[in-house]
Design a binder for this molecule. Structure first.
Ligand SMILES: [Zn+2]
Length: 405
């Protein structure tokens, strides 16, 4: 196995087994068919320091028909509104500025950019999601980001002042070509802003459930800085944000752009160095912790079942499927999963085959326990379900160790 970025050989440090794609929810008819599974293993490149999966699933299978709709949660709507406002203010963007969002989903980030008065265009490969964006009034190209899409945008709108890619930079296998396309689309003094889940948060908080086939890369600032340098680009500012249990918002410019490099960069690079991100030891230790977290969670759930209690789950996010499949927690343990995203209701979780239902089910068959799989929205979920807590339902956050909240 070789690093997809620098071609050095990879060191495998974690195996979560072979499992179906985390977003491949099953319809009732699909339950008769055997599910396709793919190995889910994390590796480390000792040369460019990038953590990546060993196996890449064809993006046509993963992203052409998608069930994740960004605007389902208020938390994310607020997050992206604030992000758009901050970027527009800091970089003096106005009605003459063009924002391009890669993997724009339902337009969650472009909507506030547009409301500020900026020009916007989104690129979204999932036809069903791109349609939702268009219905929301957000111009969207229904395709993968590519050289020909860049050409199309330049012809239509000119070069971009800001290109954003939130929660997609880990999803694209060939980030070498991607970043060259970004450079072709960006104005000379334009900026590229990405948000990626932060591997140091994953390690510290044991949020290993964010490892699934869609996430091909697990970034540190160290690996990102190495990567962009190779492409004559430079990270010039970084912020730690709360999304997905801890993410980085990284600001990138062309190397020749004279913009100042902020102190935040060296500060975070120093921290990572101290934590040992450049050595395989850190990742091996993380893997050991993952295996022991699994043991704890499984015995915790078994213990509840032994006492004759019922458990439902709240939220059917992709990461929940990593956790359920890795721990083999299936329909024999969990009665049903409540979900607010209508695209998932009526389906079954991949691999574990638990029915996904609307929140009305909680009134019909109130469980004794609710396992919060969408733990990054725990606050929002606990507020929405307060009446069940008042009636004695106990809520469990699974990671880093099962805890009643
Ligand atoms: Zn490498």
């Amino acid at each position: 196995m070789e690093c997809r970025i620098c071609r050095s050989s990879l060191i495998k440090f974690l195996s979560l087994g072979s499992m179906p794609l985390a977003n491949s929810f099953l319809s009732k008819e699909g339950m008769d068919k055997e599910e396709k599974t793919f190995p889910l293993e994390a590796c480390f490149c000792n040369k460019c320091k990038l953590v990546q999966l060993s196996y890449v699933v064809d993006p046509e299978i993963m992203f052409r028909n998608y069930v994740y709709v960004s605007s389902t949660t208020k938390t994310f709507q607020q997050h992206f509104r604030k992000m758009a406002e901050e970027i527009a203010k800091e970089f003096g963007l106005d009605k003459n500025s063009l924002a391009v969002d890669i993997g724009s989903n339902d337009g969650i980030l472009l909507k506030p950019f547009k409301e500020i008065g900026m020009q916007t265009i989104g690129i979204e490969p999932a036809a069903n999601i791109a349609k939702i964006a268009e219905q929301n009034g957000i111009e969207t190209i229904n395709d993968f980001f590519s050289g020909s899409v860049v050409k199309e945008i330049i012809e239509k709108k000119g070069n971009a002042d800001v290109i954003t890619a939130t929660n997609v930079f880990a999803h694209i296998s060939d980030i070498n070509s991607m970043v060259e396309n970004v450079k072709a689309l960006l104005k000379k003094d334009g900026i590229f802003v990405i948000e990626v889940q932060y591997l140091m948060d994953t390690i510290e908080k044991m949020n290993f459930d964010n490892i699934y086939h869609e996430h091909l890369y697990y970034y540190t600032l160290t690996s990102l800085a190495n990567f962009f340098k190779k492409h004559s680009m430079e990270v010039f500012d970084v912020k730690r944000v709360d999304s997905h249990g801890g993410s980085l918002r990284v600001f990138i410019k062309r190397a020749e752009d004279k913009r100042k490099i902020k102190g935040s960069i060296n500060k975070l690079l120093d921290y990572e160095k101290k934590m040992g991100v450049e050595s395989i030891d850190l990742y091996k230790k993380f893997a050991d912790n993952v295996y022991s977290v699994k043991e704890n969670l499984v015995s915790y759930i078994k213990d509840i079942k032994k006492r004759g209690k019922t458990i439902a789950a709240y939220g059917a996010p992709a990461k929940g499927n990593t956790l359920l499949n890795f721990c083999s927690i299936g329909a024999d343990c969990i009665e049903y999963v409540v979900e607010d995203n209508e695209l998932k209701i009526g389906l079954y979780t991949p691999g574990t085959r638990i029915p996904v239902v609307s929140s009305k089910m909680l009134d019909e068959e109130m469980p004794d326990y609710i396992l919060i799989l969408a733990w990054n929205f725990a606050k929002e979920i606990l507020e929405k379900t307060k009446k069940y807590a008042d009636q004695g339902v106990k809520f469990i956050i699974p990671l880093p160790e099962p805890k009643i909240v």
